[in-house]
Design a protein around this ligand. Structure first.
Ligand SMILES: Cc1cc2nc3c(=O)[nH]c(=O)nc-3n(C[C@H](O)[C@H](O)[C@H](O)COP(=O)(O)OP(=O)(O)OC[C@H]3O[C@@H](n4cnc5c(N)ncnc54)[C@H](O)[C@@H]3O)c2cc1C
Ligand SMILES: Cc1ncc(C[n+]2csc(CCOP(=O)(O)OP(=O)(O)O)c2C)c(N)n1
Ligand SMILES: [Mg+2]
Length: 574
């Protein structure tokens, strides 16, 4: 039988190593799904919401480093992909989206479901083109794949259902080569300049990020040579924190005082593979060096005195032989001391509550960390689960941690867990969900049963959009619009065919988590946690302090003193 365009499309994807497509089917996708149906080397992962499909594809791409694919039918079907695709694009993971289009002869007429994906997705992709002729295939698809992989991000192809069903002109893939992996390294002169600069500094701090993935050994050797504490940015946590005697934690609003201080007190800040976004947390008077694979990243977040383009591993390998041992250890030992104190403070927050007292979310996170397997994959929702993950999950080089760290979208954790579990069926996958975030894409809880994915969903049930309340407090305004009137999530899970569990008191949390983690299938655990857990920033700015007392004043004026007592009880009097 003659191959049609859809057959060729699917064949090219399979040859590019794609194992599955996440999506929701629809008339305009029929050619493509039918072609998948007839093959046994590619799977259709049926989502309930296309946004979840895009998040799942992003998680797959993040974890495997390979191209992942999602698809939506014409108009609303592919429009639903958009928020997930923004996340993929901003996290720089290679994802191809197939946006089916209305019948080609109707484009431009305002036809049923008509949208223009080329415009819609332009902002969240590096490449976004319509395939309107069979002659464009497979070339346009291959350009899309090449772009997603080499520029690391999203590429979108739009294709009408009727075009997908037309006879293919070409019969096979045109590009057959492994993904190139060039070595990118600064010049000899630049490295010598950096070595000289470092030799003149006694107090050096390293700020390392996700770009250091694969350069762990070199980074540790560098820190030892320079006697430099290593601060990590959030996306770098999974690659940097483990087996790291120089680790002084994270900085930023969710960070540790030690990470903050190590950056603020240094003479030279060496940034490697990081796009840590918050300007206020950079030192004003230090000499700043930035090494990044992509030149356009240099100087985005702070002033830079020396910027070098290079891969973290290749650059450090070339730099290390040029470095002398720094003999001044005071800066490092002060930072490590401070880190030990900060860690101790955080551990003191992660304790069991007595009797019916509110359960501390920190305690839940601490237990999850203790109980999870050696190579667990964690996802955490934007909101306070991101804080608990950053502070209480221990990475070990095998575990992974995903969130919507750059795009900052709620509801990421469950769909990312789906993408993680389909990519690694044998590994434990844990979604740390907020009650707000979970409810937002709750429909895809059903996917866990339908696709037989043994994901464990832990819902931090604080009956609020707690992170937003925190922001409101910091800004000195009373919280509004943040209450959540929640259902019994455990019962909903049971109704969906999952194991649904609930811990009512602090002393039940451990056994309930253990039961869920050991269960051979998907499970949800809902844990009512206290709402007013403050996560204090490592430093409180004047503005925030002002805001906080203003909130107290307003609360008192409004007769809401109870809330302050509550706040004090949970945070100050522990
Ligand atoms: C609610 C919320 C609160 C947050 N609070 C904090 C916070 O307090 N602290 C914090 O740190 N983060 C926080 N984040 C996350 C933050 O927004 C950023 O996403 C994060 O700090 C970026 O981490 P990164 O620099 O490791 O990764 P990325 O932003 O991914 O940057 C990686 C950099 O490495 C470069 N790179 C890639 N590959 C290589 C290579 N091979 N060699 C060299 N360079 C390479 C890239 O070009 C890029 O510039 C928060 C997120 C949320 C959702
Ligand atoms: C899609 C989206 N909508 C709104 C926001 C703003 N926002 C950030 S965190 C948050 C609250 C999250 O609530 P929940 O999931 O319950 O987590 P909690 O902070 O309560 O633990 C909101 C509304 C966002 N980041 N993304
Ligand atoms: Mg909540």
């Amino acid at each position: 039988m003659a191959k049609n365009v859809a057959d060729l499309l699917v064949e090219v994807l399979v040859e590019a190593g794609v194992q599955r497509i996440h999506g929701v089917s629809g008339d305009s996708l029929n050619g493509i799904t039918d072609s998948i149906r007839t093959r046994n080397d590619i799977e259709w992962v049926h989502a309930r919401h296309e946004e979840a499909a895009a998040f799942a594809a992003g998680a797959e791409a993040h974890l495997t480093g390979k191209l992942a694919v999602c698809a939506g039918s014409c108009g609303p079907g592919n429009l639903h992909l958009i928020n997930g695709l923004y996340d993929c694009q901003r996290s720089r993971v290679p994802v191809l989206a197939i946006a089916a289009q209305i019948p080609s002869g109707e484009i431009g007429s305002g036809y049923f479901q008509e949208t223009h994906p080329e415009h819609l997705f332009a902002q969240c992709s590096h490449y976004c083109e319509l395939i309107s002729q069979p002659e464009q295939m497979p070339r346009v698809l291959e350009i899309a794949i090449q772009t997603a992989i080499s520029r690391r991000g999203v590429a979108v192809i739009a294709i009408s259902g009727d075009v997908a069903l037309r006879d293919a002109v070409e019969q096979a893939a045109r590009l057959r080569f492994a993904v190139p992996k060039p070595t990118v390294c600064p010049s000899e002169n630049e490295l010598n300049g950096l070595a000289d600069l470092l030799a003149r500094s006694k107090r050096i701090t390293i700020l390392a990020g996700a770009g250091c993935a694969g350069a762990h050994d070199e980074l540790i050797e560098l820190a030892g040579r320079l006697q430099a504490p290593i601060v990590h940015a959030m996306r770098g946590k999974e690659f940097i924190e483990y087996d790291n005697p120089f680790d002084v934690g994270m900085t930023g609003l969710l960070g540790f005082s030690s990470g903050y201080q190590a950056m603020m007190s240094c003479e030279t800040l060496l940034m490697i593979g990081t796009d840590f976004p918050y300007q206020q947390f950079f030192p004003k008077n230090a000499t700043i060096v930035q090494i990044d694979l992509r030149g356009e990243q240099i100087g985005r977040r702070s002033k830079v005195d020396l910027g070098l383009i290079g891969d973290a591993k290749a650059t450090l390998l070339a730099l290390l032989p040029k470095l002398e041992q720094n003999l001044h250890e005071a800066h490092l030992s002060a930072a490590l001391d401070q880190y030990r104190r900060a860690r101790k403070g955080l551990e003191e927050m992660a304790t069991i509550s007595s009797g019916n007292a509110p359960i501390h979310p920190q305690y839940v996170a601490r237990l999850l960390d203790n109980l999870a397997s050696e190579d667990a994959i964690f996802t955490c929702d934007v909101g306070t689960p991101t804080i608990w993950a950053a502070r209480y999950l221990t990475m070990n080089g095998k575990r992974r941690l995903l969130g919507s760290f750059t795009h900052g979208s709620m509801a990421n954790a469950l769909p990312q867990a789906i993408g993680a579990q389909v990519s690694y069926p044998g590994r434990q996958v844990i979604s740390m969900s907020g009650d707000g975030g979970f409810a937002m894409l709750m429909g895809d809880l059903l996917t866990l049963r339908q696709q037989e994915l043994p994901v464990k969903v832990i819902v931090f049930k604080n009956d609020s959009l707690a992170f937003v309340e925190l922001e409101m407090k910091a800004a000195g305004i009373l919280e509004f619009g943040t209450d959540l009137h929640n259902p019994d999530f455990a019962k909903i899970a049971e109704g969906a065919g999952l194991l649904g569990l609930r811990a009512n008191t602090s002393d039940q949390v451990e056994s309930v988590l253990a039961e869920a983690l050991q269960y051979d299938g998907p499970a949800l655990v809902e844990i009512p946690v206290s709402r007013q857990e403050l996560s204090m920033p490592p430093t409180i700015t004047f503005e925030q302090a002002k805001g906080f007392s203003l909130f107290m004043m307003k609360a008192v004026l409004n007769g809401r003193g109870d809330e302050i007592i509550d706040l004090a009880r949970v945070n100050l009097l522990r």
